[in-house]
Structure formats: C-alpha cells, structure tokens
Design a protein around this ligand. Structure first.
Ligand SMILES: C[S@@+](CC[C@H](N)C(=O)[O-])C[C@H]1O[C@@H](n2cnc3c(N)ncnc32)[C@H](O)[C@@H]1O
Length: 192
C-alpha cells in the first residue's frame, strides 16, 4: 500500500520531523567555503534542511509531494526571515523547472518504495546540472517493512557509481536515535 504522505502530515504522524536540520548537513556547510550555487532538497518536508542551505548562502529550493509539507515549509521559512523556494511536486516523475548545482538527500531515498529506486537515480540525473553534486545522508538500517526502508553501502555504490564519482564518504554527527546508522556520501555527476 503506497504511503499517503499528505495524510501523515494531516494526522501529525511524522516521526521523521526533528525540528532541526540534519546535524551532518550543518557540519558539512560549516566546513565548506566553496562558491555558493543552487541546491534542491527533494522530499524536503517542513524545510529544515532547505533553510540550512539558505542560511549558508545557497539559492535553496525544496520539493515535496505533500501540500501540507510545502505549506509548513513556506510558513517556517518566512517566520525565520529566510528566502527559499518550495515546489509542490513528485521528484520521481516531474520534469525539473530548471537544473540544480547540488541535490541534497535526507530521508527521501528511504521513504520511497524500494521498487522506485531506479526512478530515484534517474530523477537525480534529471534534476542535476551536468557535473553537479549529489550529497546524501543515507540511512543504513536493515528494515524491509518501511517507510523507512533500509539500504546498504553496497547498494548505494551499485546504484550511484555508474554515473557519479565518489568525492568523499563519512559517518556524520546524527540525531540521537540515528547515531551510527547514517553514512554521508558526496558524489559528483560524471560528465559524458
Ligand atoms: C521521511 S519524510 C522526510 C522529510 C524531510 N526530508 C526530513 O528529513 O525531515 C519523506 C518526505 O518525502 C516526501 N515525498 C515522498 N515521496 C515523494 C516524491 N515522490 N516526491 C517528493 N517528495 C516526496 C514526503 O511527503 C515526506 O515529506
């Protein structure tokens, strides 16, 4: 049975909502002094990670399939006095309005049905500018009855290494209940 994400927001069934951006992303942005650009956060939820990119000086966009997530993300971004764009849509199926320098993944890959993972990788290529960066906080859990659905480092390597070069991987600082279960991978799309 596919997840009704809008219903989960409307009923407050949102265990992923931590009220703060991914600690691994916060640390990455604090250490990064590269020139800023555009970034897309697919499956952005209420937008904590989008606001972290915006605070760091990026031109940040979030996309989510649930109208309530987009509404909350816009409200919270305005309340924070930040500027970011939020798109209501299906990252896996929609054509991108434009292509992004960065895509940041945080708990969308584990949220979708594993049968949609080929579509997910195709969508990353479609939404990313040629040679763009794909930064992911992966959730390495064994669960098969998600969401969240688990994955392994091997699966991620099989799926992404054909089209991307791995720049760096590391175990990030995490929310307390995910400590030791996350692996950050920073990939750059291989130009044809
Ligand atoms: C587990 S939640 C994570 C939200 C956010 N990334 C966070 O960590 O707080 C997964 C999010 O992905 C969204 N989502 C699921 N399928 C999607 C799709 N095909 N396109 C865009 N968003 C999607 C859901 O509505 C939900 O907000």
């Amino acid at each position: 049975m596919p997840t009704d994400w809008e219903e989960r927001y409307q009923t407050g069934d949102m265990p992923w909502e931590k009220g703060a951006p991914s600690p691994g992303l916060v640390d990455f942005l604090a250490a990064d002094d590269r020139p800023r650009g555009t970034v897309l956060v697919p499956g952005c939820g209420t937008g904590h990670d989008v606001r972290a990119w915006a605070r760091a000086g990026f031109n940040a966009t979030g996309c989510d399939i649930a109208p309530s997530a987009i509404r909350l993300a816009k409200e919270q971004t305005q309340a924070a006095g930040l500027s970011a764009e939020f798109l209501l849509g299906d990252f896996l199926a929609d054509p991108p309005p434009r292509r992004f320098d960065w895509i940041f993944e945080h708990t969308l890959f584990c949220a979708i049905d594993p049968e949609q993972r080929n579509d997910y990788v195709a969508a990353v290529h479609r939404w990313l500018a040629p040679g763009g960066n794909y930064l992911a906080v992966n959730y390495l859990i064994p669960d098969k009855d998600g969401p969240p659905f688990g994955t392994t480092r091997d699966e991620l390597w099989q799926r992404f290494s054909p089209g991307f070069d791995l720049i760096k991987e590391w175990v990030p600082r995490s929310y307390p209940n995910r400590a030791g279960l996350q692996l950050m991978m920073w990939w750059r799309e291989r130009r044809a």
